[in-house]
Structures are given as C-alpha cells and as structure tokens.
Design a protein around this ligand. Structure first.
Ligand SMILES: Nc1ncnc2c1ncn2[C@@H]1O[C@H](COP(=O)(O)OP(=O)(O)O)[C@@H](O)[C@H]1O
Ligand SMILES: [Mg+2]
Length: 235
C-alpha cells in the first residue's frame, strides 16, 4: 500500500489480463456496444430542484478533473483534497481512475479506443455526481485533450475545473509508486502513457499543480482555496 492507497498487485492484474480489452481483441470501434435508440427514449424530470440541493449543501455541484502522467500525484492529491473539502463541510467524492477500473471500467484495457471510452465513462459518472450536488474529483490520466473537452461538455455548464498535475516523466519514473514504469521500460507492459503511448499536455488548464516543486500540503491548500471561493454559496 502506498501513500495514495493504491494496491500495486491489483493494478498489475488488470494491466496483464489478456482478455479485458474488447477494443484490442474484438471490434475496435464497437462502442457503444448496442446502438442507442434515442427515438424511443425520453427524459424524466426530478422533483428536487438544483437550487434545493445547493441550498442544503451550501455549495455548487462541480467536477474537478485531475489529469497528468502516471505518478504525477493525481490519486494522492485527490484523496487529500477530498479529506480537506469534506472536513470543511463539502459534499465531495473522488472517482479514481484505478478504482473505477475494478468496476465500472473493468471491461476496458489500454488501447486508444479503451482509453477514450474510459474517459467518457468517468466524465459521465462525474457529471452525475455534480448533478447530485457533489464536488466530484475525477482523477484519471485521461491522455487525450479532446476527451477531456468532452468531459467538460458532459458536465453541461456546471463548474468544471481542469487541474493539470505537472510532473516531468523523469520524476514520475523515479517515484514509480506502482512499479509500472519499471515494467514498461523492461518491455513487460505496453501502451504506457509517456513511454509508448501519448499524453496531450493541457493547453489551458484551470490550475497547473506543480507536484515536483510544491509539497503535497501546498498543492492541497492551493486547490482547496481555489475551489472553496468559487463553489461556496454560504459564508
Ligand atoms: N506535491 C505532490 N503531490 C502529489 N503527490 C506527490 C507530491 N509530491 C510527491 N508526491 C508523491 O508522488 C506519488 C504520486 O503517486 P500517485 O498519487 O499514485 O500518482 P497518480 O495517481 O498520478 O498515478 C506519491 O508517492 C506521492 O506521495
Ligand atoms: Mg492514481
């Protein structure tokens, strides 16, 4: 168990499982798995209004999207920020990419198509949490800029903040909290972001969180202050 609570063995099992990546092993363009029948679907209205949720919570629902290389500090920051926001009275919940790969995204691997679908699902789930009035911290590599933009649109005008966890690949590799860089460098793990899979550095993130030069405490404090003053509706 490391600082962020990751369990390396579980992560490795997922990475090595040969048959969990439908995009690699069957039809690469097969999402959604069944066609949408939008012509026969309708929406049902909630009886609880947004303003009621906000009034009860004392803050807006929002998506806080943490993106960065593996080892940049997404999970660590997410969990510490969740702790801090919760302590300050926020309804807050972390959707951690690795955790979701044990459930919601357990059928996905690491091909480009799977990564896109992974990000899409995290975005949809985060938007639901924001709808419910939560500050949802989504921690996911989410390597493609266009998918992060889609996640922002999925939040449908609710506050959405893209936080770029800036750490160079050398630092991430040196940290290697899950031992994955070592595996990638030795050829035992393919399609690893930053090594043999791409990462689009955010062009205009809402915050750049420098996890190389700033301590964890100062990163948490900076993000907390940023969010707190933008989301609180009561003083
Ligand atoms: N300022 C910082 N913010 C976040 N993590 C940091 C920071 N400085 C060092 N670290 C360390 O970097 C590692 C990041 O690991 P992790 O949070 O699992 O990354 P990720 O979820 O992005 O893969 C942890 O061991 C953490 O203690
Ligand atoms: Mg993580």
């Amino acid at each position: 168990m490391n600082h962020s609570g990751n369990t390396p063995e579980k992560t490795r099992n997922i990475m090595f499982s040969p048959d969990i990546d439908p995009a690699c092993h069957s039809d690469p363009g097969a999402w959604p798995a069944t066609p949408r029948r939008t012509n026969t679907l309708s929406r049902v209205s909630h009886q609880v209004a947004d303003v009621e949720r906000v009034a009860r919570a004392g803050h807006l629902g929002a998506v806080v999207w943490l993106t960065g290389l593996s080892g940049s500090g997404k999970s660590t920051l997410a969990m510490n920020l969740e702790r801090k926001l919760f302590g300050a009275g926020f309804m807050v919940y972390v959707l951690d990419g690795d955790n979701l790969r044990h459930g919601l995204n357990s059928d996905l691997g690491f091909s480009p198509q799977s990564r896109r679908e992974n990000t899409r699902r995290v975005g949809e789930a985060a938007a639901l949490f924001a709808d419910a009035g939560f500050v949802c911290i989504a921690a996911s590599i989410s390597p493609y800029a266009m998918d992060r933009d889609t996640a922002r649109s999925t939040a449908k005008g609710r506050p959405f903040f893209e936080l770029y966890l800036k750490a160079d690949i050398e630092t991430c590799e040196h940290r290697d909290p899950k031992g994955l860089y070592r595996l990638a460098r030795s050829g035992q793990l393919r399609d690893f972001t930053g090594i043999d899979a791409p990462y689009d550095v955010p062009k205009a993130p809402d915050i750049v969180v420098d996890t190389v030069d700033q301590t964890l405490e100062s990163c948490v404090e900076h993000c907390f202050e940023f969010l707190s003053c933008r989301l609180r509706t009561t003083r």
